[in-house]
Design a protein. Structure first.
Length: 344
């Protein structure tokens, strides 16, 4: 099993300078590169200080100048917000600039907050259909002279300019959960990225079973599957308990953004009170401790070994958490120095 880093800028307070946050983000990415991780993933979000990532291609181009070996992935680009020709061209240009290190993680998007602002009237089903029309067009556009007459897009013969550096274009990963999404990915020769969020081992096992079922129904090379999971490697039990509290806070805000019901001003959501968070039993610290990849070094190793035994090809360390840069850095250092060597 290989390892990658999933990271973004995240801003909790208005007094945090964006340039300082970006510097911290780059520092974590440099650690991942120097520590031997396979890839860095960073995504696309709009109008949210909770996850700052307006264009992953721009970010990855800059990261290519700060790193040497690590692959650089969009984790994920929100496909409904892109015209196929624009997506193919920007991805190809990024592949050229990064020296052929690009990988494309793609999704339909998850936040109705973003749908309302970027494409009013868009819902999750329609977003999924748009993604399913667009993604299979990328390789034909890279190959050249691709014409299309579809439900959402129509265009005469068109060639991506430039063409990507990698033969046949960058690898494509699809964020998948339900069986139809897995089927779509496998049928098109795309890799799969799954995110169980806070739902624990049962969901992780279910997602793998869904992937294996999809693979069994299609001939051809088996795609890869990546598990994206919140991770914290603590120095001791007390440190791990603190991380569980911080991740509980993170998921309270994550859920609030997803529900899209709380006021937002200047890209920051109205604060959730301690009492309100305490009443959210689903995302309590005890559940975070139990269901996320959170623990001491040996506890994290043991948990990852189970994921490896299930058949996951890659584990992505999701570092976004609202923690301080110092705590993120210390956890990532322990992961690189003490956890990853157990998988050599």
């Amino acid at each position: 099993m290989e390892f990658s880093l999933f990271a973004h800028m995240e801003r909790l307070r208005a007094d945090q300078p964006h340039e300082a946050l970006y510097g911290e983000f780059v520092a974590l990415c440099k650690m991942a590169d120097q520590g031997g991780m396979r890839a860095i993933w960073t995504g696309e979000h709009h109008g949210m200080e909770f996850t700052i990532a307006p264009n992953p291609f721009t970010t990855l181009v800059d990261l290519s100048h700060h790193t040497q070996n690590v692959r650089l992935g969009t984790g994920t680009v929100i496909v409904p917000f892109w015209h196929p020709i624009k997506l193919a061209g920007e991805a190809a240009m990024t592949d050229v600039i990064t020296g052929g290190r690009l990988e494309i993680g793609a999704a339909r998007g998850a936040y109705s907050y973003e749908y309302e602002r970027m494409m009013p009237g868009l819902d999750a089903w329609d977003a999924g259909q748009r993604m399913r029309e667009t993604l299979p067009l990328l390789r034909p556009l890279w190959a050249g002279d691709c014409a299309h007459d579809g439900t959402y897009h129509s265009f005469p013969p068109t060639t991506s300019a430039p063409k990507p550096l990698q033969q046949d274009g960058p690898p494509i990963w699809v964020a998948a959960r339900d069986p139809n999404s897995h089927e779509f990915a496998v049928q098109n020769g795309f890799n799969v990225q799954v995110t169980p969020l806070w739902q624990g081992d049962a969901e992780i096992e279910k997602l793998m079973a869904t992937f294996k079922t999809a693979c069994a129904t299609h001939a051809g090379p088996k795609p890869k599957i990546m598990l994206l999971h919140h991770t914290y490697v603590g120095s001791d039990a007390e440190d791990v308990d603190l991380a569980a509290q911080e991740l509980s806070r993170f998921y309270n805000y994550f859920g609030a953004w997803f529900q899209n019901k709380r006021p937002v001003s200047q890209g920051l959501m109205e604060k959730i009170s301690v009492d309100d968070m305490a009443q959210n039993a689903m995302m309590c610290p005890e559940n975070m401790r139990r269901d996320l990849t959170v623990g001491t070094v040996q506890e994290v190793i043991d948990r990852l070994k189970r994921f490896e035994d299930l058949g996951y090809d890659e584990f992505s360390f999701w570092i976004d958490s609202g923690m301080s840069f110092e705590r993120k850095r210390a956890s990532l250092a322990r992961f690189i120095d003490q956890v990853m060597p157990a998988f050599c």
